[in-house]
Design a protein around this ligand. Sequence first.
Ligand code: AMP
Ligand code: TRP
Length: 331
Amino acid sequence: MQDLVLSGVKPTSIPHLGNYIGALKYWVELQHTYRCAFMIADLHAITVPQNPAELRARTIDTAAMYFAVGILPERCFVFVQSEVPQHAELGWILGTIAKMGEMERMTQFKDKSAKEGRERSGIGLFTYPALMAADILMYDTTAVPVGEDQLQHLELTRTLAQRFNTHFGPTFNVPEALIQKHGARIMSLAHPDRKMSKSDVAKNGTIFLDDDTDTIRHKISRAVTDSGSTITFDPIERPALANLMTIYHHMTGKTMPEIEQLFAGKGFGDFKKELAEVTINHLGPIRHRLLEFRKDPSELMTLLNKGRDQAQKLAEQKMTLVRDRVGLGRA
Ligand code: AMP
Ligand code: TRP
């Protein structure tokens, strides 16, 4: 079987630098080694309330961003989750073999349901991992690049695949997690103790991939730094600077010793100015392509139609087998 990598993000905001370094940039590398499928997880997005018009806009934007960062349509199929209804169907079926206890142990559910209170949380938030398992198992995915926060869901996916195979006969491949070797958690520029996130209340904490040059310069110039004055990498003692240096590393490919050497004898001011420039240089072409897709979405629509057709074809093949195994419908 040829290796297939599958991953996706929820279209709940414009992707930011954390998404890029932690996920999208890694996907772009993977496509040279694996056959790839990348999904816009809109069914997962609605597990918390969404404004319908905004959800649509973000779905298109997220797809545009996949291609803007360099996902190649000739190597990958990119599709919108809800346009392949087999996902919801398989999610339901996997939900019937998942156990309440397993689902209740999911830390993402615990965290997210704590906000509204358990009694008032949607059922979709609870069954979220069964749908994610469906996304993955549908295509005989062999490897799934995910951040740490999703590892528990992937472990459950493996459990469900094995359980299904044991009950109903060999049907699903049991996938592996793919962890980025030099993976990085990018922290907020304003609160270096928190993850960079779309929902950061600090306006300057998050760099969005469609931020213009002035905005990027402004946010980086405002970034919190630690005490001391030398540019040295010390994530424990000087986490704010280490975060900025990590961003520098990802924007340029330079190693930490190289960066330290480059800024020997220079201060935070010089470093931040340079960091802004390399970030602008790296993100500039991405933003440019994104704006082009927004201006004329016709090419994007063609790519998404192609991705949807390819995904539907594979998904229907798998579901024909699944329905047969489970005994659903007429022969
Ligand atoms: P989200 O939809 O924001 O939860 O994130 C989608 C993907 O981006 C996940 O796979 C995360 O691992 C990754 N990601 C999100 N925020 C960050 C961050 N601050 N640093 C690194 N990776 C991130
Ligand atoms: N749950 C993932 C997240 O929040 C998104 C996702 C949905 C996903 N389905 C997937 C990731 C399948 C990998 C594979 O980031």
